[in-house]
Design a protein around this ligand. Sequence first.
Ligand code: 9D3
Length: 235
Amino acid sequence: MRFHIITIFPEFFSGPFEHGVVSRAESAGLLAIHVHDLRNWTCDRHRTVDDRPFGGGEGMLLKPQPVFEAVEAVLPARTQRQKVVLLSAQGRPFTQRLAREYAALDDLVLICGRYEGVDERVAEHLADDEVSIGDFVLSGGELAAAVLVDSVARLIPGVLGNEDSSRNESFSEESEGLLDCPQYTRPAEFRGWKVPEVLLGGNHEEIKRWRRAASREKTERLRPDLIASRERKQS
Ligand code: 9D3
């Protein structure tokens, strides 16, 4: 699978993908990451990528022409296995489901928003999806693109060492929409805090029951929204 990142800060991406899972997958030829400088598709002497919003308002917007030409250069024609995604604060929430969908593609083009935003014609007529990584304000789409690449890359068959990508699916079904249970390693007592007794014994039925209850308790406490969505799915 090929990732293409369109950005005004290409240097940003020399760090995040040099380590760990993504770097190993790239060396193994399972994926490629191509970073493109949006300014390569500007026409003026100052290599201008932004302009003022019609109707007035604070700040600047990414203008459409360099973004359209960059995407058209990277994907001259678009197949069903190629997608263009605009990363923006107004996008639809990125989820594991979307990560799984993207992991099946040949090419994924990521447009990193900047300034106060991007001319809406990019979302309307160029991008297949407009995606946000959460309800908080970033300074631009670059960090969001790095997050998205990491989460999609680890789902590409072969990347995690598990050839059948179904393991991820069975995992998410096994977990039944709950958070992972609390886990502990040695020592059995640290600064007076003891590891739950049941985990030290070898009763695997009892451990399984404890883990399920602990998952549920932690999910209720930290992610009540997940409990509510599970209950909606059951009824
Ligand atoms: C604070 C400025 N804004 C309100 C007037 C809107 C705004 C514009 C541009 C907020 C953020 C940004 C830049 N963010 C992104 O490009 C972005 C983003 C994000 O901010 N949060 C979560 N996911 C993403 S993906 C791209």
